[in-house]
Design a protein around this ligand. Sequence first.
Ligand SMILES: Cc1ncc(C[n+]2csc(CCOP(=O)(O)OP(=O)(O)O)c2C)c(N)n1
Ligand SMILES: [Mg+2]
Length: 383
Amino acid sequence: MTRKSKKDKEALPKPESGETQAAFDAAAAAYAEAEAQGDMLQIIAPDGTIVRPDLLPAPEQRLELYRQMRRARHFDERGWVLYRQGRLGVFPPFGGMEASQVGTAAALTKNDWLFPTYRDTGAALTLGLPIARTLAYWRTSPHGWQMPADLKVLPFYIPIATQYPQAVGAALAEKRKGTQNVAMAFIGDGGSSEGDFHEALNFAGALNAPCIFILQNNGWAISVPTRTQTRATNLSKRAEGYGIAGVRVDGNDVLATWHVTSQAVARARRGEGPTLIETVTYRVKAHTVADDPSRYRTEADNAGWAEKDPVNRLRAHLLAEGILTEDGEAALLAEVAQEFEDALKEADSYPDPTPAEILEHVFAEPTPQLLRQQAELLAEVQG
Ligand SMILES: Cc1ncc(C[n+]2csc(CCOP(=O)(O)OP(=O)(O)O)c2C)c(N)n1
Ligand SMILES: [Mg+2]
């Protein structure tokens, strides 16, 4: 339990009686102990040393995962700057969670479905969502609402947990069509307290849906820490209650997230059903670029997470193994930066949206109700 300052204490939910306080403290202690035990798969340790040599993917695959994490981090870092310059809307940063998003999404192909939350820009970029469209989305422009025809990435979900049952539906549709395609859905620790999460897991288990559920446990749901969000100390174990596979993985080790997810995807393609994967990571940044986490958490809460940084970890490993050189990295970073600036230029060139577009892209064929609402809206803005 790391509730240290008075300010922090006040921000946390207050138990009402002594008895509740005891239960609350016991749950928090159990959570801290489970965290300390680290009962999760890890392939490389935070300092870059190899823990499981038997599970190392091919060098090219390791390098590709590094490249994708760098693309994601670059987007996140430039996103903050663009926001401060008034060139990007409010967006939820994901810096520090790249391994959790890149390693999982990299296990898919473009024939598979991806259901990301607002936090999962890194996952969507990995599967191939164009950077320009992603920037447009966070500018609330309709150009960001159109998904490329060759990609089954849904727009970033803002309402918590709704994507989970919908992903099961997509997975079942693929199964019924006789394909081997799978659906992958993301959720947060907070989202895993929602009814939709539990319904989706049961639904997927009962009908053996080829669905991969990624539960990113980043320690926080806005200002609520996971240790008070739930009394459960290992969220992957929730899978047992629904008779499906559940795995806990170091969410800051991209080789581990990729390994575990690739196995789950292969099982789903073989008709062996869904998997819940808890990626244990940390939201080192704010909830959104407009949030100030110093109001509800302390340095003690964040302790140790900078050292577990997923990008530095893989970098240390690649340099030690000679898979990456300093020069090679400089070239890679220049390429990543150029790709982003080109995409930014493209996003800047999109015409400003018109009010009529607000209700477009909802259905392939607009319903009579939508057409009526669109006419009303236009009459209002024009009149
Ligand atoms: C159905 C619903 N309820 C509440 C909210 C408000 N809300 C936005 S983010 C958030 C916390 C979610 O935390 P978590 O699931 O852990 O995801 P994270 O932000 O950490 O990625 C809440 C409650 C919402 N968007 N949707
Ligand atoms: Mg969270």
